[in-house]
Design a protein around this ligand. Structure first.
Ligand SMILES: Nc1nc2c(ncn2[C@@H]2O[C@H](COP(=O)(O)OP(=O)(O)OP(=O)(O)O)[C@@H](O)[C@H]2O)c(=O)[nH]1
Ligand SMILES: [Mg+2]
Length: 445
């Protein structure tokens, strides 16, 4: 496991929470303190650590508990989410090259950061995904650079273009890319020289080579053992190129890896891979949610997070009953739409309404996220009376509502039609459900 120490510290803090008979303020504060200590030891920036602790504390102590969810579950969800944010957020960047062929991937990084090793790892990674991969050695600076890469190439069965003692690294890069491109390769990975100890010179040279070979992606190789110092490098790089991604190496056995990952994430540059050993297959695709699940040492955290989110989107009991019977008002619909905005497509949302878990009337899926936003705006421009008694909404009221919500009368009418259609469907549904009684638990969530 990467970052053993960080992982085991956070892991045992979480276990204490699991064992605590009652999750009260004291337990929350203790957990936060343990997490702080663990992150600081992993060289995470002090300010980031304090921001994170404050957010966890606020959310856990202030957020209302959704029905059926314990404070313990909420605490775990919040810790998980805030750690995921710290390490780069919910989405995992795509590591598969775009359709363009050949896809030219150029690696840069300061001296000894692990470029050449990572070139081999990436080549093997993509080869195993059935891409035809060629590697170009554009390092004419370090003696033996070509020999090192050729050896790695032989090991993984990938051709390497290069020359001992070439005059110009740019010419080498151009020749290599041209050769593999003409032979129909899918991905061409270009290794460059690490003659720089600092960011500035590195970026100037990167621009020169990039100018010549027009890469589709430039990947910065960052040595994970430098901890939060990685911030400066990643920031300069991220500002210099729009097509940049990051590979953090040497995360095996590095106590400061947490610092490197969070520092790079803070620059907004996407971390795509991490290196976890010297061998050519010791590479991992970086995914903050997966990484954090492992850090916390809990297998099914993502499922827990979903459960809490679902409970948060759950209508109140009376509202749920009005939904099932088709007697709901626009007020109910507005309340429900607002609480589930985070949940995504309506089809998913409706599954949360008791009684709907088994099937979904056709047509419902068509209500898209954009529409939900528009509907919310429209309903927010209605008076309370209109929300409770939509039948009073005549043409002139529609006009006023449309203006108030920045939409068109057509949109207001569409919402009302949808509302009526939903009610009708729900009533029919209920009749059917009576014939085939729904045996599930209404309070399943
Ligand atoms: N433990 C560990 N070592 C790594 C990892 N990646 C690279 N290394 C080691 O780091 C050292 C430098 O690696 P190289 O790949 O030669 O680095 P480079 O950036 O190409 O170096 P220059 O071309 O001289 O700038 C080697 O000893 C590698 O074995 C990793 O993920 N884990
Ligand atoms: Mg090298």
């Amino acid at each position: 496991m990467v970052l053993e120490r960080l992982s085991s510290a956070i892991n045992s803090a979480i276990k204490r929470v699991m064992r605590a008979p009652l999750v009260d303020e004291r337990v929350v504060r203790e957990l936060i303190r343990d997490i702080q200590r663990a992150l600081l030891q992993a060289d995470v920036n002090v300010k980031l650590v304090f921001d994170l602790s404050k957010k966890i504390e606020e959310r856990v102590l202030k957020e209302k508990l959704p029905p059926g969810i314990t404070r313990r579950e909420l605490l775990l969800k919040v810790v998980y989410e805030e750690l995921v944010n710290l390490l780069g957020g919910e989405t995992t960047p795509s590591v598969l090259p775009s359709g363009k062929k050949p896809y030219i991937l150029m690696l840069v990084g300061i001296q000894g950061s692990g470029k050449t090793t990572s070139v081999a790892k990436l080549a093997l990674f993509y080869k195993r995904k059935r891409f035809k991969v060629g590697v170009v050695c554009a390092d004419n600076f370090r003696p033996g650079a070509f020999a090192q890469l050729r050896q790695l190439g032989e090991l993984i069965g990938v051709p390497v273009y290069g020359r001992e003692r070439a005059e110009s690294s740019i010419a080498l890069a151009v020749e290599g890319v041209r050769k593999f491109a003409s032979e129909g390769y899918d991905i061409i990975i270009v290794d460059t020289a690490g003659r720089h100890k600092e960011e500035k010179g590195l970026i100037d040279e990167m621009k020169q080579i990039a100018e010549a070979i027009k890469p589709d992606e430039i990947m910065l190789i960052v040595d994970g053992t430098i901890g939060q110092q990685a911030f400066v490098q990643a920031k300069a790089f991220h500002e210099a190129t729009r097509i940049g991604s990051i590979f953090i190496t040497k995360l095996d056995g590095s106590a400061r890896g947490g610092g490197a990952i969070s520092a790079v994430a803070a620059t907004g540059a996407p971390i795509k891979f991490i290196g976890v050993g010297e061998k050519v297959d010791e590479i991992e695709v970086f995914s903050p949610p997966k990484f954090v699940s492992r850090l916390l040492g809990m297998g099914d955290l993502e499922a827990l997070v979903e459960k809490v989110k679902a409970a948060e989107a759950m209508p109140r009991k009376e509202v749920a009953e009005r939904f099932i019977s088709g007697r709901f008002t626009l007020m109910d619909l507005l309340e429900q739409f607002q609480s589930i905005r985070k949940m995504g497509p309506l089809s998913k949302i409706l599954k949360l309404i008791p009684g709907f878990s088994f099937s979904l009337p056709e047509g419902f899926e068509e209500v898209t996220e954009d529409k939900i936003k528009r509907y919310i705006a429209i309903m927010q421009s209605m008076t309370e009376e209109e929300l409770l008694k939509p039948e009073i909404i005549n043409r002139s009221r529609m006009k006023r509502i449309a203006i108030g919500s920045g939409t068109a009368v057509r949109d207001v009418r569409e919402l009302l039609n949808q509302y009526r259609a939903m009610k009708k469907m729900l009533r029919q549904f209920k009749r059917k459900a009576r014939r085939f009684p729904f045996k599930g638990d209404f309070r399943r969530l």
